[in-house]
Structures are given as C-alpha cells and as structure tokens.
Design a protein around this ligand. Structure first.
Ligand SMILES: Nc1ncnc2c1ncn2[C@@H]1O[C@H](COP(=O)(O)OP(=O)(O)OP(=O)(O)O)[C@@H](O)[C@H]1O
Ligand SMILES: [Mg+2]
Length: 168
C-alpha cells in the first residue's frame, strides 16, 4: 500500500496570480493533496497582509477538496517534515527562474534528502506573470484582469481606492 502523496507549494503569494492558480490546479491533479504554504515575514512591506492572502487563497480554492492553505516560517524542509510532505512544488516561468530554483532545490535536498522538488510549467499566457509585475501594473493604472483571479482584482481595486481616499 502506498501512502498519499502530499505536496507543498510555498511562496509569498502577494498577491495570488493566475500563474499560481495554474500551478496549484495542475498540482491538485497530480498529487493527492497540495498545501499552499504562505511564507510569513518575508517582505517588510507587503501589499496584502498574510491574513488577507490566506483568506483570498482559501476563497479561490474553496471548490478544491484537496487544496489546503497554511502559513509557515523558517526552513521549508522543516515545515515539510512537520507536515509529513514528500514533495515541494515550484513553478518555472523562464530561464531566469532556473538558476535560483535549482540552487534552492539542491540546498533543500542537502538539508532533507527525503523531500523531492518537482517543477511545473504554467500555461503559456502566464509565463510572464509575477506578483511584482501585477502590483506595478496596478499602481500605474493598468488592467490585470485575466492575469489574477477576479477576487484578487477586486481586492487590488479596494486597496487602491483606500489609498486614494487617504491621500485626498
Ligand atoms: N506565472 C507563474 N507561472 C508559474 N510559476 C509561477 C508563476 N508565478 C510564480 N510562480 C512560482 O510560484 C512560486 C511562488 O512564487 P512567489 O510567491 O514568489 O510568486 P512571484 O509571482 O514570483 O512573486 P514575486 O514577484 O513577489 O517574486 C515560485 O515557485 C514561482 O516560481
Ligand atoms: Mg518570485
């Protein structure tokens, strides 16, 4: 009898994009369960609080029975050990992601050889999407519909509106 395969998809998800959703959707079909693990305290000034990011991801994946949303701190491999996960999922957009991702995957293997890193490519339209570029486009007044879930688009609009009122 083989045990269920539990995968962890770690990131900052500030905010969740359709690139992330694409990878999570693929992961949910490949693994028995996948945990979207939101890293605490990485950025000093994130756009969305961790609580907001958790709420958004839970809402977006509410129809996926095998997708869980959690937060973690510290070493990813320790979190994987604690959750008894055998797989770390990472998305690869372009060659530019490769070097850093390879370094992380090999370091994580060094720290815990029992955890395997699996890379997945998103659908082509998402290969240029990152949270950072989404935030930049929104800040400059551009549209990000079709690049982020509609709930994220709404929340981005709320943030912008909130800021505009504060400044006025
Ligand atoms: N559009 C995308 N397609 C495939 N994988 C992606 C995409 N965006 C992010 N990922 C992957 O998702 C994981 C978590 O990434 P992260 O939370 O840093 O997102 P990000 O969009 O790269 O954010 P930032 O711009 O803040 O770095 C990483 O493995 C990253 O390579
Ligand atoms: Mg990134």
């Amino acid at each position: 009898m083989t045990a269920d395969t539990l995968a962890i998809y770690p990131g900052s998800f500030d905010p969740l994009t359709n690139g992330h959703v694409d990878i999570i959707d693929r992961g949910s079909r490949l693994f028995d369960r996948i945990i979207v693990a939101i890293l605490l305290n990485v950025e000093k000034s994130p756009l969305f609080t961790v609580a907001e990011r958790v709420e958004i991801a839970r809402e977006v994946f509410s129809k996926y029975p095998n997708v869980e949303v959690d937060t973690f701190d510290g070493l990813l491999v320790e979190y994987a050990r604690h959750r008894r996960a055998g797989v770390i999922v990472r998305g690869l957009r372009a060659i530019s992601d490769f070097e850093y991702e390879m370094q992380m995957a090999l370091m994580n293997r060094h720290l815990n050889p029992e955890v395997e890193t699996v890379f997945m490519m998103p659908a082509e339209p998402y290969t240029y999407v990152s949270s950072r570029i989404v935030k930049e486009v929104v800040a400059l007044g551009g549209s990000v519909s079709s690049l982020v879930p509609s709930l994220v688009e709404e929340r981005l609009r709320d943030k912008k509106h909130g800021r505009a009122t504060l400044r006025a």
